[in-house]
Design a protein around this ligand. Structure first.
Ligand code: AMP
Ligand code: ZN
Length: 449
């Protein structure tokens, strides 16, 4: 049975046939790093991690490239860094680079605790400004973008000319007329068309900027993903994922930029996860129902948060409730009582067929209810569960975040060929009863038996 996926571009469920089975390519929009990620942000991380695992199972571990970017240039980052600088007296540039580095590290720790494998590549936007400028230059040269000098003569905005793209709107299925009617925003004077969007904008002295043909400035958000996806996955690739909120305008604009620059289809299959609500309401700080992954991890094992997420199909909205979390914890504990999920993964056919059917994790979990203990153990292992965190939660002694940090430090040491240091880190944790295990998927850990 082939994998079938519901493609947001065609609005149909299709057999998934990779462009190149030797290199199946997937891009997922990653976090903007200015604050702890919330439990809604955990959803695409977990959903596309399961898809990554399934693709590796079907096409082979070395035949899947998964890119998830880090957005480390953004006006929310600048605003937060300015606040920190004002509070602490640290220079704003320093505050900004500390903020993005720290938040990126926290994000990796959080999604590691949720059982997500590291993507193949996690590119940072600030390290790809050259590629973004190159793409914008192409769009200006072929008439799909225009520069609008600013009134004070310092630098220019570069805008994508939406009128120049006959296909604009094909993902969200909106016509330009509908979009304009719906747009309540005041149109900036430098725009030719109301829907034109920013590719590049000028930066003043206090704002991060890079030299460009349009003066010192910084990229718009959408161009980041087009440039980084193109660099690591090519002009056309298999799968692009993200939350449903990104479909318009972010993903629509990615398509416009990449297709007008390269005259080739950008992405074959678009996948969007549904939104997460909390106890039936939109999550927001003002409603007091806003939860970061980090604060939930203080009370709930990462495995419980992960399992709870996978009990709902990725395309459905999810209602995150504490009653649901308790139920998920009980279900996992009952399963762990009858099995050891670290056993050789050998899930049965019903389990895989459910996953192949548009990544139907609730059906896969239902299949586990019917499965033999071995197949149950295999299925749990395949979905990224190991029982380790549950044992840890029971003991409540070991700091999973500190372990994730140690694994990252050990990987860095190994990369630098500093094996004395990598062995020291391993031995230090072994002495505390934590065994690091190097597997083709990366380093995992377990409690010494
Ligand atoms: P952001 O940092 O806001 O760009 O979000 C990062 C990722 O999390 C994107 O794929 C969003 O679509 C996704 N996301 C944000 N909020 C939620 C939510 N409440 N439910 C599900 N996904 C979300
Ligand atoms: Zn993106």
């Amino acid at each position: 049975m082939p994998i079938r996926l519901t493609n947001s571009l065609t609005k149909t469920r299709e057999d998934f046939v990779p462009l190149d089975p030797a290199n199946v390519r997937m891009y997922v929009c990653g976090p903007t790093v200015y604050d702890f990620a919330h439990i809604g942000n955990a959803r695409p991380a977990i959903v596309f991690d399961v898809l990554f695992r399934l693709l590796r199972h079907e096409f082979g571990e070395g035949h899947v490239t998964y890119v998830r970017n880090i957005t480390d240039v953004d006006d929310k980052i600048n605003a937060r860094a300015a606040e920190i600088a004002a509070q602490t007296g640290v220079a704003v540039e320093q505050a900004r680079s500390d903020l993005t580095a720290t938040t990126e590290r926290q994000y990796i720790e959080d999604v590691t605790a949720l059982g997500c494998l590291p993507p193949s590549v996690s590119p940072r936007a600030t390290q790809h400004i050259g590629e973004m400028i190159g793409l914008i230059e192409k769009l200006v040269a072929n008439g799909h973008a225009y520069a609008a000098p600013s009134s004070n003569g310092e630098g220019a905005h570069v805008l994508f000319d939406v009128q120049s793209d006959d296909d604009y709107g094909k993902l969200s299925r909106r016509s330009l007329d509908e979009m304009m009617a719906g747009a309540r925003v005041e149109v900036a004077p430098y725009k030719k068309g109301a829907m034109d969007f920013v590719l590049w904008k000028p930066s003043d002295a206090g704002t991060p900027g890079w030299d460009s043909p349009w003066g010192r400035g910084r990229p718009g958000w959408h161009i980041e993903c087009s440039a980084m996806a193109g660099k690591y996955l090519g002009d056309t690739f298999d799968i692009h994922g993200g939350g449903i909120d990104l479909q318009f305008p972010h993903h629509e604009n990615e398509i416009a930029q990449s297709e007008c620059a390269h005259h080739k289809p950008y992405v074959k299959t678009w996948l969007h996860n549904g939104f997460l609500q909390v106890e039936g309401e939109k999550m927001s700080k003002s409603l007091g129902n806003f939860f970061t992954i980090r604060e939930l991890l203080a009370d709930w094992p990462g495995e419980v948060l992960r399992f709870n997420m996978l009990r709902t199909h990725y395309r459905q909205p999810i209602d995150f409730t504490f009653a649901g979390l308790r139920e998920s914890w009980k279900m996992l504990e009952r399963w762990y009582a009858v099995t050891e999920p670290l056993a050789n993964p050998s899930p049965d056919a019903a389990f895989f067929d459910a996953l192949r059917d548009d990544l139907n994790t609730p059906a896969a979990i239902a299949a586990l209810h019917q499965a033999s203990p071995d197949a149950l153990a295999g299925g749990l292992g395949f979905l990224g569960f190991s029982n380790v965190q549950m044992k840890i939660a029971a003991k409540a002694e070991v700091d999973t975040v500190a372990i994730a940090d140690a694994i990252a430090a050990r990987n860095a040491a190994r990369k630098a060929k500093d094996f004395a240091e990598s062995d020291r880190i391993r031995d230090e944790w072994l002495a505390k009863g934590i065994v690091f295990k190097d597997t083709p998927q990366g380093t995992t850990w377990e409690v010494k038996k």
